[in-house]
Design a protein around this ligand. Structure first.
Ligand code: AMP
Length: 358
């Protein structure tokens, strides 16, 4: 259990690390960010920073020596980096989780192994296997690279069998997974926290709207029945337990079917704080970032309560960050600008949260 004044080491220096550090401060904890990029926006708000490659074992050793516990803000931490650090200090959540979530095929196999429904899927390692996978999964389908895909990168839709060859070429013949294309009613997610003692607290199920494969808006309450919300929370809880997870994780899901046959399919697990949980900073008594800090510190989790009858989080993507000034004047709205340099297209530059009073 960490004592006030202790230091949390964070791998990665983006907005998630920044918001983690901002949540740790009121609890009397310091953060030390390790990032290879010198203009990382988390460096602006932390007690200490290390700018070095993830392969630099001397820098990693020094970082581990300076912190009390280590966590990460993104799932593509190299396995070797995590292993080097884990010899020196507790790394939470356990890096073995990354072996599952860094590979879409391993991840989907893990989820279905828990008897949790997903889209139908099949591995694709060659053009021949792609034809077999199309046969097994059916069309339309989505071809996704097994590794390093996010926000729609490394994905190609296969609507008819003639699309298969160009889809395979567009992912540069990388190892892939073919998934059945799901005609979902809506997209939702559950952000859950699991403490060191195994206790789980889920945030309210959140409804997510994507534009161009990037999360644009998250809303609570989600338009789902209490039974479906319960099922979604149970799924997230089972996943967290199966990983013996410590910290916050996000589980992205599709709502499918109608009436009593309505159900959720798991699309993806994010072993970290999640964009769809940003609304909890201003829209709940305890945020996902504080909950993650509490969990890895070995402190009790909160029962977080939503503030307001409805809450909406809108991402400011690319040049939309210029709208921040306008949002400052909208009643009930909190503005978060991440302090990143260039507002490149598709880059998450900030977000705003609107809370409608009860
Ligand atoms: P992902 O990179 O897997 O998180 O996918 C990004 C977005 O693409 C999701 O949030 C969905 O909107 C869409 N998507 C991904 N997989 C599927 C699928 N199998 N069927 C339909 N839409 C999908």
């Amino acid at each position: 259990m960490l004592k006030p004044g202790a230091t949390i080491g964070i791998l990665g220096g983006g907005q998630l690390a920044r918001m983690l550090a901002l949540a740790a401060a009121p609890l009397g904890l310091r953060c030390h960010v390790y990032s290879p990029e010198k203009d990382s926006c988390a460096f602006d708000v932390v007690h200490a920073g290390t700018c070095a490659p993830y392969e630099d074992e001397t820098a990693l050793g020094r970082f581990a020596g300076a912190v009390d516990v280590i966590t990460y803000e993104f799932e593509n931490v190299p396995a070797k980096t995590a292993a080097v650090l884990a010899q020196r200090k507790p790394v939470l959540p356990d890096p073995k989780v990354l072996e599952t979530t860094q590979d879409r095929l391993v991840e989907k196999t893990f989820i279905s192994g828990l008897k949790i429904p997903t889209a139908p899927f099949a591995p694709v390692h060659s053009a021949t296997q792609l034809a077999e996978a199309v046969e097994a999964v059916g069309l339309p389908a989505v071809l996704k690279t097994r590794q390093l895909g996010y926000d729609g990168k490394g994905q190609a839709k296969v609507s008819k069998s003639g699309d298969a060859v160009s889809a395979w070429r567009s992912v540069h013949n990388a190892p892939c997974i073919l998934e059945g294309f799901i005609d979902f009613e809506r997209e939702v997610s559950v952000v859950a926290a699991r403490a060191r003692d195994g206790k789980v607290e889920c945030f309210e199920i959140t409804e997510n709207e994507h534009r161009d494969h990037i999360l644009k808006i998250s809303r609570v309450p989600a338009k789902v029945t209490p039974a479906l919300a319960r099922e979604a929370r149970q799924i997230a809880t089972r996943i967290a337990k199966a990983f013996d997870y410590v910290g916050v994780l996000g589980v992205e899901m599709f709502v499918v079917g109608t009436g009593r046959r309505r159900m959720v399919l798991v699309n993806e697990i994010a072993p970290r704080v999640h964009n769809s949980g940003h609304w909890t900073i201003d829209g709940a008594t305890v945020s996902q970032f504080e909950q993650h800090v509490r969990a890895i510190a070995g402190w009790p989790l909160a029962k977080s309560v939503r503030l307001g009858r409805r809450v909406e989080m809108v991402n400011l993507i690319g040049a939309e960050v210029d709208e921040a000034a306008r949002w400052l004047t909208v009643p009930g709205t909190s503005v978060h600008v991440y302090g990143k340099g260039e507002a490149r297209p598709r880059r998450k530059m900030g977000h705003v949260t609107r809370v409608w009073p009860r």
